[in-house]
Design a protein around this ligand. Structure first.
Ligand SMILES: Nc1ncnc2c1ncn2[C@@H]1O[C@H](COP(=O)(O)OP(=O)(O)OP(=O)(O)O)[C@@H](O)[C@H]1O
Ligand SMILES: [Mg+2]
Length: 315
């Protein structure tokens, strides 16, 4: 563990006590004195260093605005889509993309795995992507197709996408639990879970298991947000849709799966649907920052685009 302004000796004691940074940040000064056997002065210093590190110290609204401006965004490759998101997919938060079969969720994920690697001035974060695949839909062939059509170095693009297949929710938890090191070592700036919903929906069936499912979903959502904040990366998960029995709640005959417990977790919620030909409509429907708006984009051979090639438009 490293902490700005904290002596090696104290860091050593922390390591011996097996406390995490999070444990420290939520402790009181007295608890820290007790647990680590340090002076009151050191405990106070340690507490504020840990809270600083995790970004949980209060800031003014002006400082907040400044840090929002500096936050990284990954372009979707569609100007209109980026527009409704305030510049693209943001770091330090959890974004959900919900939509039906073939709506373009996975295509968006692939595009972002490429775009996160672009330099900052081209809408990227000069980082790598970590793709947790629950449905075995990851397609290197499709990445090659997208990267080639944009004139990118295909080999380097492929080398900077890490893939892990999660076979069930238990496995998903263990992958997420062990990510911190890889994130730092490989400069991961985008973490994807595609699809987030599938294992939860297939493993926790029936009303008796609903509470357990909700708890698991909330727990992993919390872990994902913590990773996003701590390591300044964008986390994007895909969700399926289900028929909406109470239409007034979501204002449409379909709504994202996983229910209410999940619904408040992502900071940005996007709904994608198919439109004519290769066109798709993205709707940002729940955001703490941006108004509810729709954007038109296209899924073509070269990936996500603003305007389609004429042949794509008529297919
Ligand atoms: N090589 C390609 N060229 C053009 N369009 C493609 C290509 N590959 C996929 N697409 C488009 O993307 C669609 C599939 O989208 P995608 O796989 O992202 O769906 P999804 O939302 O992830 O669906 P699911 O819920 O089944 O996972 C295809 O139906 C097609 O319209
Ligand atoms: Mg998919």
């Amino acid at each position: 563990m490293e902490l700005k302004g904290i002596d090696k000796e104290i860091l050593q004691k922390i390591e011996e006590s097996e406390l995490t940074l999070e444990n420290i940040a939520v402790s009181t000064v007295t608890e820290l004195i007790d647990m680590i056997k340090i002076s009151e002065k050191d405990a106070k210093k340690l507490l504020s260093a840990a809270q600083n590190e995790l970004g949980i110290q209060p800031v003014t609204a002006l400082q907040f605005l400044e840090s929002e401006r500096k936050r990284g965004k990954i372009t979707t490759s569609s100007t209109e889509f980026d527009g409704i998101l305030g510049g693209g997919i943001w770091t330090q938060e959890l974004t959900e993309v919900a939509g039906g079969f073939g709506s373009g969720k996975t295509q968006l994920c692939f595009q972002l795995c490429i775009n996160v690697q672009l330099p900052f001035d081209e809408g990227g974060l000069d980082g790598t992507a970590f793709f947790i695949d629950t449905e075995r839909t990851f397609s290197p062939k499709r990445i090659i197709e997208m990267a080639t059509s944009r004139g990118l170095d295909v080999e380097s693009i492929l080398e900077n996408i890490y893939i892990s297949s999660a076979v069930n929710t238990h496995h998903l938890f263990s992958i997420v639990d062990s990510l911190a090191e890889t994130i730092q070592e490989k400069n991961v700036k985008l973490l994807i879970v595609d699809s987030f919903a599938s294992h939860f929906r297939s493993e926790y069936i029936g009303k008796e298991r609903l509470v357990e499912r909700q708890q698991k979903i909330m727990q992993i959502a919390e872990e994902l947000v913590a990773l996003a904040v701590k390591y300044d990366l964008a986390v994007l998960v895909t969700n399926q849709i289900i028929a909406n029995v109470e239409e007034f709640l979501f204002g449409s005959p379909e709504e994202p799966a996983l229910g209410f417990a999940w619904a408040h977790r992502p900071q940005q919620r996007i709904f994608v649907r198919k439109s004519r030909g290769s066109s798709r409509i993205a709707r940002l429907f729940d955001s703490s920052r941006m108004p509810e708006r729709e954007a038109l984009f296209y899924v073509t051979e070269s990936g996500l685009t603003d305007a389609p090639f004429s042949s794509d438009f008529y297919t």
